[in-house]
Design a protein around this ligand. Structure first.
Ligand code: GLA
Length: 659
């Protein structure tokens, strides 16, 4: 007896004495990634007792699809037992999930689709010899809404090292894209909309060794170019389409490309690109930080690939109450004019600073009396505020919804009329201003905003709530947005929220920026999805902490070219299996951007047949992230796609030629 005890002690600190039960809920669940909320110990995601098909359980883990938990068993566990199902608190027939258990890369067990009300499904699997286990909950393909999933009574029979939750294997942040060539390359949009008489401002985005000398052939009357900076200013009085030729020359050669200036009533003919302060500075934003962001946009090279707007989000106004006394003060002056808080001493000077760099300035407000952050909103001062934004020199307005719900509640009009009302009002007011102001609607997709966002005068509209870093969120949002692809066109864009990479806040807690929690492959997938969707490209990380990897993800001109394509198409989706899918977007030059995506926990081989994508055979294929031609492929292309990652291609009858 004594000898056995000694032996057990010697196995090491991780050892557990013979055949012990270790509850899943006793492990460190902070490693669990899921699609919504936080994993719960011995209760459901709704923080209520675990209950499946009417049966209560005292122990277990409540989670939400999609969910993944990696566990290092180190060969020490013999069995895993549990009861799984949809938690009764889900309360909607839409609740449906699928459980899966993967051991050392092999699927050991699947539940198949499980719906709300179904009795608990018993799990009893042999784990002898298994090193790494992954517990997964999928969404059965209908989105993750209401998908509350329970691993009830879940426990390991352990006879060796104790199970330990772990992070998925760490990925090195590999820079896939070669640095820009010394020779000039003109980037960014190929088409640009402006209204007659409005101030025109466009900086020709170009990479290549400086100094570069710019020239434009065929500039319409009223516009002039600064050949040293590539900034075009002035205004056009006569409506029409002007096709000009942009040129950029340095010691290594000349780049040229056609550029269409469309003087009419349409703005944002390609998805707006820029930076927004929200996910980094939240309610800490200041004039100084915004100026520094503008400096960094130029210095980092972001402006050379097409980033243009420097946008202030919420919290530039005064609030009745705030922890920072500099943000508390009168909301408006006696004439009703909005008063910026003391961190913004001179808005006009700020936009002037931004404009002098050839960049544009964005601002934010809400149609309610208060913004989401509790600062002064535009309610009953809409005309005054629209005029003020124009006078200050802003070029974009993000118009939220916060606190307008209270106003709408007392409005007897039908729901849809109420949803449209504040946006119609603001869009019309902006149109009356003597400068072009792009309007971004931010009401999280209510009333299928994509169906009417353009009709009420918006140029882009958020299609969902704030994005967050939840597991699978980027894929889920992209697939959802692709369902609204018919509404994506020049001047009208579905907005899936900002590019949240680099040093960035936690999306909801308004904390100080930390390193992006997404893996490098997730970040490549993020940017690829946004470009395939033709989404507005607004980076929202810290412009003062741009690292080479983040810049590489943000600034590959061939990736951006997919986003900025003048046709404005959102890619269509072809599902391959539960983990992989393909997106294909037709480009103006007759080629196709093709994204292979893998949402699974292991690398996956994805084959695309040109016929499945509706494409003709014999296509040249280029790897867009690596900017590398891969050859000519007769009827299909196969690639290994990393976990949560992408392979982004350009396929065409002709070999890809930059410019
Ligand atoms: C909402 C929006 C965010 C941000 C905040 C500001 O949550 O969705 O993008 O503008 O308000 O308070």
């Amino acid at each position: 007896m004594k000898a056995i005890l000694v032996l057990a002690l010697c196995v090491g600190s991780f050892a557990v004495s013979a055949a012990e039960n270790v509850r899943l809920s006793s492990l460190d669940l902070t490693k669990m990634r899921q699609g919504w909320g936080k994993p719960q110990i011995d209760r459901s995601i709704r923080e209520q007792p675990l209950s499946i098909g009417g049966r209560r359980f005292d122990h277990g883990v409540g989670t939400h699809a999609k969910s993944a938990l990696w566990i290092d068993l180190a060969g020490g566990s013999e069995r895993f037992t549990a009861f799984v199902g949809v938690d009764d608190a889900a309360g909607s027939p839409k609740a449906s999930v699928a459980f899966k258990i993967v051991a050392d890369g092999r699927t050991l067990w699947r539940s198949g689709p499980v719906k709300l009300g179904q009795p608990p499904i018993p799990v009893d699997i042999d784990l002898r010899g298994v090193r790494t286990l992954i517990l997964l909950v999928g969404d059965t393909g209908d989105g993750i809404e209401f998908d509350h999933a329970d691993w009830a009574d879940a426990a390991f029979v352990v006879n060796g090292p104790a199970p330990k939750t772990i992070d998925p294997p760490r990925e090195e942040p590999i820079i896939l894209t070669p640095p820009p060539a010394p020779r000039p390359r003109i980037n960014g949009p190929r088409v640009f909309g402006v209204r007659p008489g409005s101030p025109f401002l466009f900086k020709i985005p170009a990479t290549g060794e400086r100094p570069i000398r710019f020239a434009v052939a065929g500039l319409p009357k009223g516009l002039k170019l600064d050949p040293l900076t590539g900034i075009i200013t002035g205004s056009i009085s006569k409506p029409g389409t002007y096709v000009v030729t942009l040129r950029a020359t340095n010691l290594h050669g000349t780049a040229s490309r056609k550029f269409r200036i469309v003087c009419g009533d349409k703005l944002a003919l390609t998805p707006p690109m820029g930076w927004n302060h929200w996910y980094t500075h939240y309610d800490r934003v200041t004039d100084k930080l915004v100026r520094e962001a503008a400096d960094a946009m130029v210095k980092s090279g972001m402006a050379d690939v097409g980033y243009q707007y420097v946008s202030i989000d919420d919290c530039w106004m005064n609030a009745p109450k705030h922890k920072d006394p500099m943000r508390v003060g009168p909301l408006r002056d006696p004439q009703g004019n909005i008063i910026p808080n003391r961190h913004f001493p001179d808005m006009k000077a700020l936009t002037g600073y931004i404009h002098a760099k050839g960049l544009k300035a964005g601002i934010y407000t809400s149609p309610g009396p208060f913004t989401c952050g509790g600062f002064a909103g535009a309610y009953q001062h809409e005309a005054q505020d629209a005029r003020q934004f124009a006078e200050w020199g802003f070029d974009l307005l993000k118009y939220d919804w916060c606190s307008y719900g209270e106003i709408a509640k007392n409005d007897p009009d039908p729901e849809l009329v109420k949803l449209k009302k504040p946006y119609i009002l603001m869009a019309n007011l902006l149109k009356q201003q003597p400068r072009d102001i792009v309007l971004n609607l931010c009401q999280y997709g209510m009333g299928n905003v994509w169906e009417w966002g353009a009709e009420v005068g918006g140029h882009s509209w958020r299609t969902a709530g704030d994005l967050g870093f939840e597991l699978d969120r980027i894929f889920e949002v992209a697939l959802k947005n692709a369902e609204h692809r018919q509404w994506s066109k020049p001047g009208s864009w579905n907005d899936p929220d900002y590019i949240q990479i680099g040093k960035i806040g936690d999306a909801r807690g308004m904390g100080e920026p930390i390193d992006c929690p997404l893996s490098p492959n997730e970040q490549y997938a993020f940017m690829s999805l946004w470009c395939l969707m033709a989404a507005p490209l607004f980076f929202s990380g810290d412009m003062g902490a741009l690292d080479p990897f983040t810049l590489n993800v943000l600034c590959n001109p061939e990736v951006i070219e997919i986003d900025q394509d003048p046709l404005g198409q959102c890619a269509r989706v072809i599902h391959k299996d539960e983990d992989t899918f393909v997106m294909v977007k037709d480009m103006e030059d007759g080629s196709h951007a093709v994204g292979l995506f893998n949402r699974g926990e292991a690398p996956a081989t994805v084959t695309v047949r040109w016929s499945d994508l509706g494409l003709k055979p014999n296509l040249y294929v280029r790897d867009v992230w690596r900017q590398k031609d891969l050859g000519k492929f007769k009827s299909s292309f196969t690639a290994e796609v990393p976990r949560h990652g992408t392979v982004l291609l350009r396929a065409g009858q002709k070999k890809y030629k930059p410019q």
